[in-house]
Ligand binder design. Structure first.
Ligand code: ADP
Ligand code: MG
Length: 235
């Protein structure tokens, strides 16, 4: 039986009466690709922000890799192996692409900074743009740069919020290959709107709707789920 690397119980976040995330139980199996889907405003970004520690829950608990991380600040969770990228890019826009990744790698301590940085950039196909100022990259490439920064830390869990937004079809194919290649060493949780990407990549899918978990299952189970079809898949 595969190990559960992360589980959340009763995870809840309220904002002045808005139930952004409501009493969600969630299991993440080590080595798998898990997709989080649901309509806009369903609570997906809030949910992964609770997992990464960017925001604190109103209620509930989070266990990661055998430890309770519910009250840990984000940087402690990064140190424990949780890397994440957000819907809004958080690169250093004025620095070259190379420096963005080199800074991320440096934090981990690297003996071969140049080689490791170029290898991380090559993984996402940005090695030829290493000298370019990061803020001048196309939006989709900025997302890929963030993924390179996250992966350069060799995380146990990589959380991605809408990583394919702004990518061309050819780049989406490369993204899918990349995500397949990082598993099972890295567990991947991704928020994704492109249903082709979701159905193609995910081992498990969780559907959020109005902050609540509507369903969890394999792509086939989710496709066949009547409640999911009504709320999200437009069936
Ligand atoms: N900082 C915040 N303050 C108030 N309401 C918020 C905040 N962040 C999110 N919300 C609300 O919580 C709900 C879920 O938002 P979000 O997690 O961004 O959804 P999704 O990522 O699925 O589109 C929405 O109704 C949103 O307006
Ligand atoms: Mg969102």
């Amino acid at each position: 039986m595969a190990a559960i690397i992360l589980f959340a119980r009763g995870l809840t976040k309220h904002y002045d009466g808005i139930k952004a995330v409501e009493n969600v139980d969630f299991d993440l199996t080590a080595g798998q690709i898990h997709a989080l889907i649901g309509p806009n405003g369903a609570g997906k970004t809030t949910f992964v922000s609770l997992l990464s520690g960017r925001i604190t829950p109103s209620a509930g608990t989070i266990q990661f890799d055998g430890a309770d991380i519910t009250r840990l600040p984000a940087h402690s969770r990064v140190a424990r192996g949780i890397a994440y990228t957000f819907q809004i890019t958080s690169i250093y826009a004025n620095l070259p692409v190379f420096d963005n990744v080199a800074l991320a790698i440096q934090r981990k301590g690297s003996k071969h900074l140049k080689t490791d940085t170029m290898a991380a950039l090559a993984r996402v196909g940005l090695d030829k743009m290493a000298d370019q100022t990061a803020g001048t990259l196309a939006y989709g490439h900025q997302r890929l740069l963030e993924i390179a920064m996250g992966l350069s830390m060799n995380p146990k869990l990589l959380i991605l919020d809408e990583p394919t937004q702004g990518l061309a079809n050819s780049e989406i194919e490369a993204f899918k290959a990349l995500i397949r290649a990082v598993t099972p060493q890295t567990t991947v949780l991704l928020i994704e709107h492109n249903m082709d990407v979701v159905m193609d990549l995910a081992d498990q899918i969780t559907v959020l709707n109005f902050g609540e978990k509507l369903a969890t299952g394999t792509p086939a189970e989710i496709r066949a789920n009547k409640a999911v079809q009504t709320a999200y898949l437009g069936g």
